[in-house]
Design a protein around this ligand. Structure first.
Ligand code: PA5
Length: 433
């Protein structure tokens, strides 16, 4: 089985080898602290064991619920915010057809899937309700705390729509709750109403929860093989314990820390395949919310190339030198389209005749890396063998563990998010709560 590959060759000239050597010991020490669960936030490290130590009975129940949704409903609305939806959306965008929701039902083979409770926009929700129209829909409401305002409001409205349409009993057959099994308003409501309920483990925080029921139910409802996803994550769990020299996860954590110490305050997640779009969103939350605290942290940003080369490219090439890039690539993007010959050649593209679009995209990536490195932007490159559930599971775990290691190296608690409360306090005061 091929593995994920980390290429640090384009950090030469920005990082001396002794700088990485110094950080190798720190990365291994941070990993030991993480695995011991004795460091800051150690009570939220359940995600470390999820790929090997998960509830098999619940896993089967998730598959059954997913099957039920697939046979019963034309639309699934996943309600949740932050860590409660980003992983699922990342997986679906990465593994399914680019235009999954727009495909004819027989080609899609499962429900259209939309996300709600991800903002407070009345227009967004209204348009979603219009889009659902008269069609049968199910809800997976996901909230660990069960009290988050955005999903709670969306759930109130969509639940009421279901109840008006199918009555309380019919609604019950279309609502699945994913929440803390002990406490919280959603748990209470789910128990009272008798909704099938799945667990957000107590010791797993939102942004580390994609391999729990939080991510697994919507991912399975999209028809993705969640057993393979867990298999890939389990391979990562075992491989990413190796010593620094053989461990891409620790090397990634060390390289980004080393660059950050030299004034590289912004990490740009770069991709050339649009299927990575939501994975970048998931990654931005994971690292941004885990490390941005105590006046420290790398600011996480993302760009999809070549699209954004025509908008952000100028800044990256020539602007302030406080950036580095982490490029995520697929060894085999899987496209089959070729540039066709044209007898008139008015567009001058015949030199590409017979070449695949993937080839052209790859050359664009190589040329861009060369240009950006020459322009003073270090580049870390992560190559994934292919877009499959197995490798996505591997990648999720890779980024999560690297984030824990990196956060400890930075000297923060990567498992809390105290800063998120500030806007809520003000909003509640202004709303007269
Ligand atoms: O990572 C996190 O902890 C957050 O993004 C939460 O997942 C998010 O705020 C939603 O919280 P909850 O699942 O409690 O509604």
């Amino acid at each position: 089985m091929k593995s994920l590959f980390l290429d640090l060759s384009k950090t030469e000239g920005f990082l001396a080898s002794h700088e990485m050597q110094y950080l190798a010991e720190q990365a291994e020490a941070a990993a030991r602290l993480l695995e011991s669960k004795q460091g800051p936030g150690g009570e939220f490290l359940g995600w470390l064991d999820l790929p090997v130590d998960y509830n098999r009975l619940e896993f089967e129940a998730i598959r059954e619920a997913a099957q039920q949704i697939r046979t019963q409903s034309e639309v699934l609305v996943v309600i949740g915010i932050g860590g409660s939806y980003l992983g699922a959306q990342a997986a679906i965008t990465f593994l399914k057809h680019t235009f999954y929701n727009q495909l004819p039902a027989d080609k899609r083979g499962g429900p259209e899937i939309y996300f709600a409770g991800i903002n407070l926009s009345g227009t967004y929700l209204q348009h979603l309700i219009e889009l659902i129209g008269e069609r049968d829909f199910s809800i997976n409401v996901v909230s660990k705390s069960g009290t988050t305002t955005e999903p709670a409001i969306a759930f109130r409205l969509l639940k009421s729509l279901l109840e008006k349409r199918y009555g309380k009993e019919g609604a019950r057959k279309r609502i699945y709750a994913t929440t803390d099994l002990e406490k919280g308003a959603l748990k209470q409501l789910a128990t009272q109403e008798g909704y099938p309920t799945f667990e957000v483990p107590d010791d797993v925080g939102g942004r580390y929860s994609v391999l729990s029921a939080v991510g697994l139910l919507p991912i399975a409802a999209a028809g993705i093989d969640i057993a393979k996803l867990m298999e890939g994550a389990a391979a990562a769990e075992s491989e990413l314990r190796k010593p620094f020299a053989e461990n891409a996860c620790y090397q990634y954590a060390a390289a980004r820390n080393a660059l950050h110490r030299k004034g590289r305050d912004i990490e740009m997640f770069i991709y050339y395949e649009p299927r990575f779009y939501h994975l970048a969103e998931w990654w931005k939350q994971l690292y941004g919310e885990s490390e941005g605290k105590d006046g420290k942290g790398i600011f996480t940003a993302s760009a999809g190339f070549t699209t954004d080369l025509h908008s952000l490219g100028q800044y990256i090439q020539d602007g302030k030198r406080h950036l580095f890039e982490t490029l995520l690539e697929l060894e085999n993007p899987g496209g089959t389209l070729l540039v066709e010959p044209d007898p008139d050649n008015l567009d001058g593209l015949n030199y590409l005749s017979g070449k695949s679009l993937d080839y052209v995209n790859q050359k664009a990536a190589q040329g861009t890396v060369e240009a950006h490195v020459a322009g003073g932007v270090p580049n870390l490159r992560i190559v994934l063998p292919e877009a499959s559930p197995y490798y996505l599971g591997y990648l999720f775990y890779f980024f999560e563990k690297a984030c824990g290691v990196s956060g400890y190296m930075l000297g923060v608690n990567p498992f809390d998010q105290p800063g998120v409360e500030a806007y809520k306090k003000n909003m509640f005061r202004l709303l007269g709560k």
